[in-house]
Ligand binder design. Sequence first.
Ligand code: OGA
Ligand code: NI
Length: 334
Amino acid sequence: MEVERVQAIVSSSLAKDNIPLEFVRPEDEQPAITTFHGPIPDIPVIDFNHPDQDHIIHLIANASRDWGIFQVVNHGIPFHLIQKLQQVGKEFFDLPQEEKEVYAKPPGALTLEGYGSKIGKDVNGKKNWADHLFHKIWPASCINHQFWPKNPPPYRAVNEEYAQEVRKVVDKLFKWLSMGLGLEADVLKQGVGGEEIEYMMKINYYPPCPRPDLTLGVTSHTDLSAMTVLVPNEVPGLQVFKDGHWIDAKYIPGALIIHIGDQIEILSNGKYKAVLHRTTVDKEKTRMSWPVFLEPPGEFVVGPLPQLLDPQIPPKYKPKKFKDYSYCKFHKLP
Ligand code: OGA
Ligand code: NI
């Protein structure tokens, strides 16, 4: 069956002032109605260059408890590498449609990897105003190069370099998140798979939309990962749900946006919260983002850390293999 890419809908003359009904969200989801514009604090911004490590740990722990999301500046990934990552991703999406379809997610495949648009619709029958490309970037043993674009030619080298840099940041994050719970530095990383943690790169491509007031790029969700490390482009669109309001994330050039995902919420027995988030789209500009999802191997069991439990603090979550957790979430099962 031919799948209609959102990018293709936009470049055909179909949608000039209107969008197909399947993209029109019910009012309680429409960004024009539900975005909060009053005074509200920004998502916390944390400087990894701060000389006092205890201070960084304190900020990370508070942000992960109160927000489930924070931005990191001075994280150590060179700005020019982030720009190259964005450039090669943009060049891939600028290729003719047929060239992108070579990387299409195989129908019925068990893996998420490949080029695509969200298969099927939401429970309410609505579609996302977005296309994407998924491929793993680490560890080497789980990489499927068939899903890595050969064009533009530097795509592969840039993504390999980014994988190495992002790993360094991730190791620091796991360490400081563990210490923020009063635990040994390696506990959280080991609790989601240690060196076997899989790094799943996603590129989100949100084409310009004639009616950004009515639709969403991705609908509200928490990430099923342990943690997500995201680079956005300069077009705003990420929103987080905080104290009952949908608020915009500020764009900080070169910053990384760190999302706490479901697996860390589970490991920490709810001390750290997976952030509820969604994206809006722009009338004139293409928004793009590059989240890397850090996921346990499928067979790996994640449950609340025993160190955090006692007779007064019972476990709030049942231990589950990551693949079973994903299956249940995807199929909306308990
Ligand atoms: C996602 C996501 C946010 C963004 O792909 O899971 O939440 O800013 N993306 O594009
Ligand atoms: Ni997400």
